[in-house]
Design a protein around this ligand. Structure first.
Ligand code: NAP
Length: 283
């Protein structure tokens, strides 16, 4: 039985935040202003309130200025666009984030598309996804980018490996597959219509699971020595858990991200780094 390496995303994020803080301080001294991130929240979704609070706290830790815009749940699409347009025009705002989900009457895609690509630290506008998919990345979506940085940190070389990504959302699965492909992995994408999912994942050296179903996969889905990134995030009575039954994988997987403390903390760190990049900073 070999020991499974725990890919400690929290520690990687903390180490990267310390480096970012120094670079931001230097940037602020030279440019006479800090990089700025505007966070727009519409309505009072309690989970969104927590996410926004965490993002603002993380900005403060890195020396990035944050602008918090709270809008009522009754906001119209036109007024949301007006608010985004004003942020697009501000010279002290380098990144704009519209916290999702929006209230049901608002169109999320239209709102996200209103953000200028040059100010989109989530990397989710079609302009930025287009640049990513054509190999001219401006900023990559935070969650898959964070997974790649965890692999890099632990020197997990994906080149030539069989990688399976489960999930094909624009926010995680599709850009994840693209980043793995750019790093020369041989990539398979699986989703809800995939026949015999476990037969597919058992062939993989690396599996990124972004399904959104609590504890969907266990030991029978993976070959010995696999590397697993569990993106899933589910809040329950015992705290957070992922899409994978990680407790079955100790001594079987070569390496895996825990939940909590794996992919989640890296997502927020990538948001900060992308904001810094959009401000013109180098990291
Ligand atoms: P999503 O938009 O709901 O996409 C889920 C994907 O999983 C879809 O492509 C779906 O296939 C596929 N799927 C669903 N059931 C499946 C099954 N039984 N077998 C195989 N594939 C299945 O979700 P998402 O936004 O990508 O998020 C996925 C998970 O990651 C969620 O738990 C979310 O909370 C978490 N997340 C975490 C972070 C973080 O920072 N840690 C960030 C973002 C998301 P179809 O396309 O065929 O429907």
């Amino acid at each position: 039985m070999t020991n499974t390496l725990i890919l400690d995303g929290k520690a990687v994020a903390q180490a990267r935040r310390a480096i970012l803080r120094e670079k931001v301080a230097e940037f602020t001294k030279t440019k006479g202003r800090a990089p700025g991130l505007a966070v727009v929240i519409v309505g009072h979704d309690p989970a969104s309130q927590i996410y926004v609070k965490n993002k603002i706290k993380a900005c403060a830790e890195a020396g990035i200025e944050s602008f918090h815009l709270e809008k009522p749940a009754t906001l119209t699409q036109a007024d949301l666009h007006k608010a985004i347009d004003e942020l697009n025009a501000r010279t002290d705002v380098d990144g704009i984030l519209v916290q999702l989900p929006l209230p049901k009457h608002l169109n999320e895609t239209e709102a996200l598309e209103r953000i200028r690509g040059e100010k989109d630290p989530d990397g989710l506008t079609s302009a930025n996804l287009g640049l990513l998919f054509s190999g001219r990345t401006r900023v990559a979506p935070c969650t898959p980018f964070g997974v790649m940085k965890i692999f890099e940190h632990y020197k997990i070389d994906v080149a030539g490996k069989n990688a399976v990504v489960i999930g094909r959302s624009n926010i995680v699965g599709k850009p994840m597959a693209q980043l793995l492909l750019q790093a020369n992995a041989t990539v398979t994408m699986a989703h809800s219509k995939t026949h015999d999912l476990e037969a597919v994942t058992r062939e993989a050296d690396i599996v990124v699971v972004a399904v959104g179903q609590r504890h969907l996969l266990g030991k029978s889905a993976f070959k010995k020595g696999v590397v697993i990134a569990d993106v899933g995030m589910h809040r329950g009575e015992k705290g957070l858990c992922g899409d994978v039954r990680l407790d079955e994988l100790h001594g079987w997987a070569q390496a895996m991200t825990p939940v909590p403390g794996g992919v989640g903390p890296m997502t927020i760190q990538m948001l900060l780094e992308n904001t810094f990049r959009l401000a013109g900073g180098k990291i």
